[in-house]
Write a protein that binds this ligand. Structure first.
Ligand code: TYD
Length: 137
């Protein structure tokens, strides 16, 4: 199974002298129904977040402010995506190991998720992830 359906999506952007506006809608820019929204902010310099995979949850990550890198790993291939514009989002399919690092000062990561929070959906250990992949493939 190839998990690298991950993709960078350019969101609509309404440029205006009063300020810009971008948006995203279910099944349009976002290829799933949004069930949960969370955001990560006030990340101290040098910290990283994530370091896990979800068995079912899909997500869409937007750098609302500032910048950071999302590293995706499907067990075979590793890709780094730099998010530094509020009008780009990264679609992350289920079953992909993901980490976020390189946070700029005052950056805000908005994460749109396809499932409600469920700790059982997480794989938090990389060697468990590799074992899980063998059963998935
Ligand atoms: P976690 O997903 O481990 O953060 P990250 O992937 O950024 O490293 O979540 C950190 C904590 O927050 C963890 O104890 C679970 C809790 N949490 C919720 O209660 N609800 C949520 O929707 C999320 C994403 C996390």
């Amino acid at each position: 199974m190839c998990h690298f359906e991950a993709k960078l999506v350019m969101l609509p952007k309404h440029g205006d002298p009063r300020g810009n506006l971008s948006f995203a809608e279910n099944f349009k820019q976002i290829p799933f129904e949004i069930r949960r929204v969370y955001w990560v902010y006030d990340v101290p310099g040098g910290e990283n977040r994530g370091g896990h995979a979800y068995k079912e949850n899909e997500e869409f990550i937007i750098a609302l402010s500032g910048s950071f890198d999302v590293i995706l790993d499907d067990g075979v291939e590793k890709k780094r995506f730099s998010l530094n514009r509020s009008y780009y989002g990264l679609y992350v399919p289920k079953g992909v190991w993901r980490e976020i690092d390189n946070f700029s000062t005052n950056s805000v990561a908005l994460i749109l998720s396809s499932t409600l929070y469920d700790e059982e959906d997480y794989i938090r250990d990389y060697s468990d992830y590799k074992i899980w992949l063998q059963h998935e493939r």
